[in-house]
Ligand binder design. Sequence first.
Ligand code: 26W
Length: 854
Amino acid sequence: MHTNTMYRFDNFAPHYTSYPKSLTVSELRDAFIVALQSLHGKTLNCASKQEKFEALAWLTKSIISKNLIETQKQRTKDDPKQVYYLSIEFLLGRLLENNLVNLGIREVCVKALSELGIELDSLLDQEEDAGLGNGGLGRLAACYLDSMAAMGLAGHGCGLRYRYGLFEQKIKNGYQYEYPDNWLKNQTYVWEYRRPAEKIAVRFGGTVRTQTNGKIRFIHENYENVMAVPYDVPIVGYKNQLVNTLRLWSAEVDVDQYTCGAHGVECNSVIYYKHAIESLTDILYPDDSHYEGKILRLKQQYFLVSASLQSIIRNFRMQHDVLQELPDKIAIHINDTHPSLAVAELMRILIDDCCLGWDEAWSLTVRTLSYTNHTVLPEALEKWPVNMLEQLLPRIYMIIHEINERYCRELWNSYPGDWDRIHSMAIIADDQVHMAHLAIAGSHTVNGVAEIHTEILKKTVMHNFYTYTPDKFTNVTNGITQRRWLLTSNPKLAALITDAIGSNWIEYPCDLAKLAPLSKDTAFLEDLASVKLHNKLKLAKYIKEKHGIIVDVHSIFDSHIKRIHAYKRQCLNVMHIMHLYHCLRENPQLDIPPRTFIFGGKAAPGYYKAKKTIKLINTLADKINNDSAIHNKLKVLFLENYNVSHAELIIPASDVSEQISTASREASGTGNMKFMMNGALTIGTLDGANIEIRNAVGADNIFVFGLSAEEVLAYYRRGGYNPWDIYNSDLRIKTIVDQLVNGFFPVDSDEFRSHYDALLRYGDEYFLLKDFASYVAAHQQLADAYCNQNRWQAMSLLNIAHSGWFSGDRTFSEYAAEIWTMDQPIPLWCQCLPEDYARVNPGRDVNHDQVILS
Ligand code: 26W
């Protein structure tokens, strides 16, 4: 689908022009002083760093505000199709620098502040990360917001304004401890606009009765209203004066319903109610892999969906008289199943509030909604108990019930008598509501996030749905924003690239391919190496300050940063390090390039084994870092409280990117793309987007190992394999596995028993032992390659050169053209014609190899 769409549209010149076309250094400097005065009543000398940060953010926001107003005026006039991206997570990280870059005033700002004796970087560090997400899914949503704004399309996010984001991780004695992430210390977020006038009532509980007056009406009564108050966070387009919004909903008490004295409610009870209701949006669930049937989570999901859809339809009706135009003017995207109640809520609004009949409402609903799946892990698939839904959302449950009845009837017509198939596809089965089934039935398009992932969906998890409606299914490989992950977070590399090929790549990331011929230019490769060294020094400084550990900046910086999960196999990495350590202990003179292994990531608080993995990494780090016998050839670090800002520091400084999930388990991965774009080389399995990265960069410029997805799935079908065979035949493995429990580590002998048992007693579900030998071999190849620095730098450059495909701009233009069918011209993400693209991208023909599972 990528091939035909990206060249189809003419270039799109945004016609929005306004401030800050030409902001001078002195204007900005003076405005900053004024901002500091008005916000804090302070002069420069008396203000703290935090106050200076707030003043700069406030000033930046005032510039954004003008553009926001202009954008909205223009949109009201043009009435373009709007897309709403519904997601329970948006992992924004910090916004100040990104906003300055996107406004095109970062350099002016650096100069203005330096005239006042202030370093911009020191202010940037004051901003709290907005950590409203667990990991990949939330960060992807944030990247798409950036792409949508940069490409000038009317696309908005809808999410929740959690009072506390993903927990703050502290490591004590090697263990993870969780603390509340109090990111809204001052109660407000510098970037948001609170919009109480646009609040929406969301109904919970109560009963439904029918009223027949010629036409059946459903009357919902005795419910409890929770007010959803929107806070809009502006999303700034890249140098196009355009601002979209991320609307975050916060739960508040309906003051009219519960004023003191009214309804016999005591003042104390009001406070109690207020607390109970407002706690709805207090916390982000800290789990990205396990479905848990917690009622608060279901409440959050409905709250997000109901507030967003009511507000979308309200705005639509203010501008349009004909409801039937809804799918032409609005696209609503469901980011994983968490907002899939949108199917039933849209039906409710269309039937109960807008008085449409079922068939018409259903047609509009399906034509408006689309759904992305982000995981095939069976334990992550959401299913809500029928009685919970029925009690909490009685009207919504009635609608789901009806959707299910009709859907099953339809299936019966296609597969008469095939009960097993119908049961496997039903929306309600075994007293549970299957959210993915609801999302598939109620959407016009369903997509996976990497080619192999989509294939696996079609062949396994969603096979029956695919057979039934093959045209609904498509793939859209994930992407990341080059503006944050290269231009902003790696300014030295960005400048080097711009010097070499011009700045076109910022808007047309496939232009990066023009770097490829420079892989033969030794002088350029040396410049590339010095940029990496600069970034490594910066990270080393942070490590020294934060963790008191000195690392060798000439060692290989090998990073494994992501949520801690068995399928992501941090333990396989640990096993390899244990193996290297063993080799060095046996032979301290062993000639290997020195390595610094960097880990970062959070474990879900209830995920016992993942938390033990953190303890294992830290225990190994203590042992290795304090062993003088190995002459500093190995260092291991676990960086505390991994978040977006840490990723921005680690990725530009890394030589190697660990993407070693058990094949078939990682839907896509997006960290892999960020590393690639920053010139790190991937060591990885043929899983998720790694496959497409290999296609893009060529097999010589990536270190691939391990079982293929097909092999893994075949083992699963057969019930696994016998790990003892490997344990007994490979002494390296036996040594390491025994070390987990034989007193090698100075911990209780049962400390890592669960890891030992998972490998041997419980069949090594994630194939660590099976993939170990080929992982070690790939690491050996990697070490050999690193010893030839010229070759290494050339490989690194080719990774950067071929990373343009993984820009979120490309992903987003696929969504916009093929799924949301936007009516605006969709801007190009790539300027070259297909044949030119193939020429500058020898590894990746635009009609590249398809991933097909047999
Ligand atoms: C029910 C609890 C729950 C919560 C979140 C289950 C599953 C999730 C997400 C699907 C987890 C997630 O973040 N998935 C990741 O999505 C990324 C963006 O598409 C992919 O790159 C990752 O491979 C995928 O794990």
